[in-house]
Design a protein around this ligand. Structure first.
Ligand code: BT5
Length: 266
C-alpha cells in the first residue's frame, strides 16, 4: 500500500453530494487549514476540501505542532452552516464521531471519542481535529474543520519519542497498511451523512452517539486548561460541548477548553 496519494483515486467513486464536490490536492502545503481558509476567502463553496500528502507546518490547538509525514491523511473541509459562533464546537464532535465510526465500521478498530477533539485507538491518539472559523457578529460565515489521521505510519520511526506512548496509527493498530484513498472517501461520506442529521435534527443525536463511544465518561480524569489543572470525575458533556467535571470537593464545574488525560478507568 503506497504512502503517496492518488488524486484520481480520491475522487473515483466518491458517493458524496457536498463534501469533496470541489477537491483541492497538493503534495505539500504548510497547513491544509490555511489553504482552506484562503479558498474560503476566495469564495469556495461549502463542502470544499483541501488535502495534502504532507504538511510542513501542520498545527494543533494553541499553535502546537502537528506532525504530518507522508502516509497520513491531512485535510480540511469548509462548512457554512447557519449557526452561531458558540455552536461551531458541535462540528468538532460531529467530525470525531465520523472518524471513530468509520474506523470501527470499516476496519473493526475499537476507536473511541475523547473530549474535546481526539479519536483514540488502544488509548492513544490516532486523530486530532482543529476547527477555525470566521464570524460576522455572532453568526458563523464559515468553519474550517481540519482533520489529521495517522494512517500508514510507523509511530516509532516517524514521530518523536515523546509521542510514542501517546500517539498511534492505523498501521500500528491493525498490523498492516490500508488504502489512504478508501479511508478518505469513507470519512467524507460519513461526515456528510452526520452533517445532514445535524442540520435536520440538531446536535442532540450527534452528541448521544459521540457519548456512546466515549469511554472516559465516568472515569477519574485530569484536565489542563486556562492556566489551571483540575482533577475529578468526568460526568458528562453538555449541549454546548462543555465537559461536566465533579471535582474532589464535590463541586461541579463546566469546562470549555483544555487537555484531558484519563487517570483511572472505570
Ligand atoms: C489537535 O490539536 O489534535 C489538532 C490536530 C489537527 C491536525 C489537522 S491536519 C489537517 C489540518 N491542518 C492543520 O494544520 N491541522 C489540521 P491538539 O489537541 O492541540 O494536539 C496537538 C498535540 O498532539 C501536540 O502538541 C502533540 O503532543 C500531539 N501530536 C502532534 N502530532 C501528532 C500526531 N500526528 N498524532 C498524534 N499526536 C500528535
Amino acid at each position: 500500500m503506497p504512502k503517496t496519494l492518488s488524486f484520481e483515486k480520491i475522487q473515483d467513486g466518491l458517493k458524496t453530494k457536498l463534501f469533496g464536490k470541489y477537491l483541492f490536492f497538493a503534495r505539500e502545503v504548510s497547513s491544509t487549514n490555511d489553504w482552506a481558509k484562503e479558498l474560503a476567502e476566495l469564495g469556495a463553496p461549502e463542502g470544499t476540501v483541501a488535502i495534502a500528502e504532507t504538511q510542513t507546518a501542520g498545527r494543533g490547538r494553541l499553535g502546537r505542532k502537528w506532525h504530518s509525514p507522508r502516509g497520513g491523511l491531512w485535510f480540511s473541509v469548509i462548512l457554512k452552516p447557519n449557526i452561531k459562533q458558540s455552536e461551531a464546537v458541535h462540528l468538532v464532535f460531529l467530525t470525531s464521531l465520523a472518524v471513530a465510526e468509520t474506523l470501527r465500521e470499516i476496519y473493526g478498530l475499537k476507536a473511541e471519542t475523547k473530549w474535546p477533539n481526539d479519536v483514540l485507538v488502544d488509548g492513544c491518539k490516532v486523530c486530532g481535529i482543529l476547527s477555525e472559523m470566521k464570524t460576522v457578529g455572532e453568526e458563523v460565515e464559515y468553519v474550517i474543520i481540519g482533520i489529521g489521521v495517522n494512517v500508514n505510519l510507523d509511530v516509532e520511526k516517524e514521530f518523536p519519542k515523546e509521542l510514542w506512548q501517546r500517539a498511534t496509527s492505523i498501521q500500528k493498530a491493525l498490523g498492516k497498511k490500508i488504502s489512504l484513498e478508501e479511508l478518505f472517501k469513507a470519512l467524507l461520506e460519513k461526515m456528510e451523512s452526520l452533517y445532514q442529521i445535524f442540520l435536520k435534527e440538531g446536535f442532540t443525536p450527534i452528541l448521544e452517539k459521540w457519548k456512546g463511544l466515549a469511554s472516559f465518561l465516568g472515569c477519574e480524569v485530569e484536565v489542563h486548561g486556562d492556566g489551571e489543572r483540575l482533577e475529578g470525575t468526568a460526568l458528562n458533556i453538555d449541549d454546548e460541548g462543555a465537559l461536566i467535571l465533579r471535582l474532589r470537593d464535590g463541586s461541579v464545574r463546566r469546562v470549555f477548553v483544555g487537555d484531558l488525560s484519563i487517570k483511572m478507568k472505570r
